[in-house]
Design a protein around this ligand. Sequence first.
Ligand code: MG
Length: 163
Amino acid sequence: MLEPRSGIGYDVHRLVRGDGVWLCGHFIAHTHKLDGHSDADVGLHALTDALLGAIAEGDIGTHFPPSDPQWKGAASHQFVRHAAKRIGERGGKIINVDVALVAESPKIGPHREAMIAAMADILNIAPSRISVKATTNERMGFVGREEGIAAVATASVMVPSDD
Ligand code: MG
């Protein structure tokens, strides 16, 4: 019998001078880039943790240790695909995902549809099952000072009951 499970993920990466940011699998030209071991896509990292959380299989760091050089500069869709594959291997499926980006800049609105299309491709689910939202931090704190971008994600999945 399949039962619903849900997970949450949070991530933040520092902004440094650069040519653009990867957010939710979509590249946006910008005055800064996100700093990190991989491509630092906070949206996909939070999403990966939400998917892994839904099946109680640890977090992105346990599956892809930042100390491992093979993930240096890695495209983060690999992390999401891995989490989705684990759900599939357990006989489950993704019901929906929701990602909230917290950033002062760049503006997310014009890129929302492209982000949803990118994640639909990565997860192999319908775009109608994917939500991307964005808010500023009202110029408060590290996000407000544009020192970094944060993301929160949730995922709902159906998986076979195992107890
Ligand atoms: Mg991260």
